[in-house]
Design a protein around this ligand. Structure first.
Ligand SMILES: NC(=O)C1=CN([C@@H]2O[C@H](COP(=O)(O)OP(=O)(O)OC[C@H]3O[C@@H](n4cnc5c(N)ncnc54)[C@H](O)[C@@H]3O)[C@@H](O)[C@H]2O)C=CC1
Ligand SMILES: CC(C)=CCC[C@@H](C)[C@H]1CC[C@H]2C3=C(CC[C@]12C)[C@@]1(C)CCC(=O)C[C@@H]1CC3
Length: 345
C-alpha cells in the first residue's frame, strides 16, 4: 500500500507539456524520478518514459485518460500571447481551465499547479518590485492578460482542503532559454529586418527576464510544498531570476551574443506608443479587407519601455525558492543554443 501511495505521488501530468516551458518541466520531472504524462493539442517530441495524450483541454472526456491515477497536474497550456483572437483565449484560458479543474476533481487529482503570469497585474505602467498583493490589472493590456487573470482566479478559488484538492499559481515573467519560440526569434527577426536600431524611451527601464530552468524549479518546489498545512495553498507566487536588468541591456546582450549590432538611437516613448496604437486600430479596422500584423503593438511597446519587475520574497519565504541559474549563465546558454539564428547563418 505504502509503495502504491508513493508511486501515485510521483505520477504527474503536464497539460501543455509540448510547449517551451512544458517540455523543460517534463525533462526536469523525469530527472527527479517522476512518471510523466503529457496532455497537449500537438505532439512535438518523444522522450523515453513519457506517455503522450493528444487532445484539447476544453474536452473533458479527452482529459480523463491523461489524469487517471495521477495525483499532481501542472497546467501550463495557453494560446500564444501574440495572438489577437479573443474567442480562442476565452475558450482555452477560461472555459478550458474550468474544464481542467472539473476533470481533476472528478479524476481524484490532489494538486493542481497553474502557470499564470506576472502580467496579471501589469496595465502598461511602471511596476517596481511588485508583490503578489498588487491588485489584478483593471484595464488588462490585451486579451491574453485579461484571460490569464480569470484563469488564475478560477484555479486559486478551486483550492479546497475539505475536498482534498490543493491549488497554487506560479507567476513567471519574461521566460527565456533554449528552444524558446518567442523572445529570441522575435528579436532576431526584428534585427534581420533592420528594425532593431532604436531604444524606446531613455533605456533605463528595469525588467525581469527569467531563465526557463528557474521557472521549472519554482513549479516543482510549489508542487512539493503543496500540502494541506502549507501557507502556499490557494496563493499566487512570483518566480523570477531575482536580477532585474535594463530591458535594452538584455536585448543588446542577446543581440551582440548572436553577432548583431545593439540598438543605439533613442525614440520618445509616447511617440512610439501612439504610433503603435494607431497601427493596431488600423489593423483592426482593415481586417476584413487586408491582414497585417504590426511588429510594434501597444503591448510590446509598453513591455519595452516601462519598468516591470517583481519581488519573489514570498516564494523564498514559503517554499525556499532561490534561482538555480544566474542571468549571465542563462543568457550565455541561450545564445549558444541558437546557432541557426547567428548573424550570417
Ligand atoms: N513565455 C513566457 O515568457 C511566459 C509564459 N507564461 C505562461 O507559461 C505557460 C507556457 O508558456 P510557453 O511554454 O511559453 O508557451 P508555448 O506556446 O510554448 O506552450 C503552450 C502549450 O500549450 C498547448 N496548448 C495550447 N492550447 C491548447 C489546448 N486547447 N489544449 C491543449 N494544449 C494546448 C500548445 O500546444 C503548447 O504546446 C503559458 O500558460 C503562458 O501563459 C507566463 C509568463 C511568461
Ligand atoms: C519581459 C517580458 C515580459 C518579455 C516578454 C517577451 C516579449 C514580449 C518580448 C521579447 C522580444 C521583445 C521585443 C519587443 C517587444 C517585447 C518583446 C516582443 C520589440 C518589438 C519592442 C520594440 C522594438 O524596438 C523591437 C523589439 C523587438 C523585441
Amino acid at each position: 500500500m505504502a509503495t502504491r501511495v508513493r508511486h501515485r505521488n510521483k505520477r504527474c501530468t503536464v497539460i501543455g507539456g509540448s510547449g517551451f516551458l512544458g517540455r523543460h518541466l517534463v525533462e526536469k520531472l523525469l530527472e527527479r524520478g517522476y512518471s510523466v504524462s503529457v496532455f497537449d493539442i500537438c505532439e512535438n517530441f518523444e522522450l523515453p518514459g513519457v506517455i503522450f495524450h493528444q487532445g484539447d483541454l476544453c474536452d473533458k472526456q479527452a482529459l480523463f485518460p491523461a489524469l487517471k491515477d495521477v495525483s499532481l497536474v501542472f497546467h501550463c497550456a495557453s494560446p500564444a500571447p501574440g495572438s489577437d483572437n479573443r474567442g480562442l483565449f476565452e475558450r482555452v484560458n477560461i472555459q478550458g481551465t474550468r474544464t481542467v479543474i472539473q476533470a481533476c476533481l472528478e479524476a481524484g487529482v490532489e494538486k493542481l499547479v497553474l502557470t499564470s503570469s506576472a502580467s496579471v497585474v501589469f496595465e502598461g505602467t511602471d511596476i517596481k518590485n511588485g508583490r503578489e498583493d498588487l491588485p489584478y490589472a483593471k484595464k488588462p493590456i490585451d486579451y491574453y492578460t485579461e484571460t490569464k487573470i480569470e484563469q488564475e482566479k478560477l484555479v486559486l478559488k478551486a483550492c479546497d482542503k475539505g475536498k482534498g484538492f490543493l491549488t497554487v499559481a506560479i507567476r513567471p515573467h519574461g521566460i527565456f532559454g533554449p528552444r524558446d519560440p518567442q523572445l529570441v526569434p522575435i528579436l532576431v527577426d526584428t534585427a534581420r529586418r533592420g528594425k532593431m536600431k532604436f531604444i524606446i524611451g531613455n533605456g533605463t527601464n528595469l525588467v525581469d527576464f527569467t531563465f526557463v530552468e528557474n521557472v521549472v524549479h519554482g513549479h516543482i518546489l510549489a508542487a512539493e510544498h503543496l500540502r494541506a498545512d502549507s501557507p502556499i495553498c490557494g496563493k499566487p507566487y512570483h518566480i523570477t531570476n531575482d536580477e532585474p536588468i535594463r530591458f535594452w541591456d538584455f536585448m543588446s546582450e542577446v543581440l551582440v551574443g548572436l553577432g548583431y549590432d545593439p540598438p543605439r538611437y533613442h525614440l520618445p516613448y509616447m511617440l512610439v506608443y501612439g504610433l503603435a496604437l494607431f497601427l493596431w486600430l488600423l489593423a483592426l479596422i482593415l481586417r476584413p479587407l487586408v491582414s497585417f500584423k504590426p511588429t510594434f503593438t501597444p503591448m510590446r511597446v509598453a513591455l519595452a519601455g516601462t519598468h516591470h519587475y517583481y519581488s519573489c520574497e514570498r516564494a523564498k519565504q514559503d517554499m525556499g525558492y532561490k534561482p538555480v541559474v544566474s542571468l549571465k549563465e542563462g543568457i550565455d546558454r541561450t545564445v549558444q543554443s541558437y546557432p541557426h539564428l547567428r548573424q550570417g547563418s
